[in-house]
Design a protein around this ligand. Structure first.
Ligand code: FES
Length: 160
């Protein structure tokens, strides 16, 4: 399905400023995602043409890195820390709780576009494990109840 909102001028500006740089594909993808919030599939032919790559090569890189989104971002992004300190303080149980509460996998987005889950590997809050980042703000010393309340807040606001 064509993307009616594709911002071609932004994509062309990004391509023009990067295309002579060796190894430009990743910086280009990051710049497009920074500008649009995701990398639309309709941008792939533009990128492939500018870098003389195949569509499959560009799509392969996009799909290899979980940080690249191919659809508009959710209104909230929750990144639960899965690194060692948080793991030792119950992060896996919290991850299971999230999956059950939302019916999503670790990289999923709720159907209403309210919340995306992303794992992260250390937020620098190890002394206060387990921790997560919600929309850029770190929440530490998580409990199942606090996690449930944070998620509920995102979902309730979405339905308001
Ligand atoms: S291991 Fe989770 S914040 Fe460092």
């Amino acid at each position: 399905m064509p993307d009616e909102t594709l911002d071609l001028p932004l994509i062309h500006r990004v391509l023009d400023s990067h295309k002579e740089v060796p190894g430009a594909l990743l910086p280009i993808l990051h710049a497009i995602q920074h500008g649009l919030g995701y990398v639309p599939d309709a941008a792939v032919p533009e990128i492939a043409h500018a870098l003389n790559l195949s569509l499959a090569e560009v799509r392969g890189v996009i799909s290899f890195y979980h940080d690249f989104r191919t659809s508009p971002p959710a209104r909230h992004t929750l990144r639960l820390c899965r690194a060692e300190s948080c793991q030792s303080r119950g992060a896996e149980a919290l991850a299971a709780q999230l999956r059950e509460q939302l019916g999503l996998d670790d990289h999923g987005t709720s159907a209403d576009g309210a919340l995306s889950l992303r794992p992260v590997y250390c937020l620098g809050a190890c002394a206060c494990s387990p921790a997560l980042e919600l929309d850029g703000q770190v929440h530490a010393r998580l409990t199942p109840e606090r996690l449930r309340a944070l998620v509920q807040g995102c979902m309730t606001e979405a339905g308001a």
